[in-house]
Design a protein around this ligand. Structure first.
Ligand SMILES: C[S@@+](CC[C@H](N)C(=O)[O-])C[C@H]1O[C@@H](n2cnc3c(N)ncnc32)[C@H](O)[C@@H]1O
Length: 233
């Protein structure tokens, strides 16, 4: 398991300053993803979905939702949250890779690319391209630009907290994160950042035609979302 997967498997309290933050975070992401669902018959994959506490909002708008999560404890909590749900499947990264080609109308990968090396991202883009149905949409969200990403994320969190009733918890959360594994991993393992042109070039080389969306999924508008269609083979 990569260090970042390990981090996300256990250290939720550092990332979400409290339960309200976590739930508002996932509700907004689910609402934003739902807006990309093309039809009630759509098959949707959320790759690196995290805790997905509002997946029911997405599944109400589609036929099937596959939640793929590499972190085993997060996956276990997803399975407990949606036990035996007729339209939700919780799977590992390996299980996604083994799914039949052209399985999905919509694939979302939000806030995952920064934890991948460029080689890992390229491998995932190849997998996503194979899993998309012809004409399907791949939404690559929360791409972190190279400059001033940390202050922008801090400011976005404070604003998000102020707008949703957890400003002081967000402020304390920012102090706590300075002493957390997050910063240690950021220094040792690193995070991947991309300019708009760099990620567009990477997507192009992986066989996608892509454009930047008008707004990012979620609360941090200094990051970027890209709407990608696979070129025909
Ligand atoms: C910030 S969370 C994003 C969760 C959710 N998509 C969201 O936007 O809140 C990052 C996710 O990336 C996943 N992740 C990190 N490194 C990964 C890797 N090498 N392969 C697959 N998933 C990875 C983690 O397991 C975690 O679920």
């Amino acid at each position: 398991m990569s260090d970042w997967i390990d981090f996300y498997d256990f250290k939720h309290s550092v990332i979400y300053v409290n339960a309200r933050h976590r739930d508002v975070h996932y509700r907004i992401i689910a609402e934003d993803i739902r807006a990309y669902v093309p039809s009630q018959t759509a098959h949707v994959l959320d790759y690196g979905c995290g805790e997905a506490t509002s997946a029911d909002l997405i599944v109400a708008a589609c036929a099937q939702l596959v939640l793929a999560e590499a972190a085993p404890n997060v996956r276990a909590s997803l399975t407990m949250r949606y036990p035996g749900h007729p339209k939700i499947a919780v799977v590992t990264a390996e299980q996604v890779a083994a799914l039949p080609k052209a399985s999905f109308d919509l694939i979302v990968m939000h806030s995952v690319a920064q934890y991948l090396t460029t080689a890992e991202l390229d491998r995932l883009l190849t997998m996503v391209r194979a899993l998309l149905k012809p004409g399907g949409l791949f939404v690559l969200g929360d791409i972190v630009p190279p400059h001033l990403a940390a202050p922008a994320a801090a400011l976005a969190l404070l604003r998000f907290g102020a707008a949703n009733g957890f400003f002081w918890a967000a402020a304390f959360g920012l102090v706590r994160i300075t002493a957390s594994d997050y910063l240690r991993l950021k220094k040792t393992v690193g995070l991947s950042h991309y300019t708009e042109s760099a990620i567009l070039e990477r997507l192009k080389r992986s066989g996608f035609t892509a454009e930047r969306a008008a707004r990012n999924i979620g609360h941090n508008q200094s990051r970027m979302t890209f709407l990608c269609r696979a070129n025909s083979r």
